[in-house]
Ligand binder design. Structure first.
Ligand code: THU
Length: 124
């Protein structure tokens, strides 16, 4: 099993999901060699819920690690989970070519899961 899938799976138990009961875990590796994980964190104000992918990426970036080399996302259902649109956009920012493991079934790039993305190229 891919080491990031393993890390994401291990993180599932930390999900805070009293409303949906769905646990989502994300793990990513940065060029510094560090692995960051993230889980979904729900809120009684449902719209304030934060996805696992954004928790992981914000942890990495806030520690100065923006060079994200590989990502994995898993869910407690055991089926592949596809990042929501907001998470795709946030992850795309750092490197569209980054590979993302969708459970142990598929490996795609961020560009493949978010074609025609709004990109920072627009500011060049
Ligand atoms: N969720 C994620 O953590 N990542 C996604 O990409 C989609 C959805 C979470 C948010 C919420 O806690 C639960 O899944 C149901 O939407």
């Amino acid at each position: 099993m891919n080491f990031l899938i393993e890390a994401a799976t291990k993180s599932l138990k930390k999900a805070y999901n009293p409303y949906s009961g769905l646990s989502v875990g994300c793990a990513l590796k940065t060029s510094s060699g560090k692995i960051y994980d993230g889980v979904n964190i729900e809120n009684s104000v449902f719209g304030l819920t934060m996805c696992a992918e954004r928790v992981a990426v914000f942890k990495a970036v806030s520690e100065g690690n923006v060079d994200i080399e590989e990502i994995a996302v898993v869910a407690s259902t055991g089926k592949p989970i596809y990042p929501c649109g907001a998470c795709r956009q946030v992850l795309f920012e750092f490197n569209p070519k980054t590979k993302i493991h969708l459970s142990d079934e598929k490996i795609l790039t961020l560009l493949e899961i978010l074609p025609f993305a709004f990109s920072k190229d627009v500011f060049e």
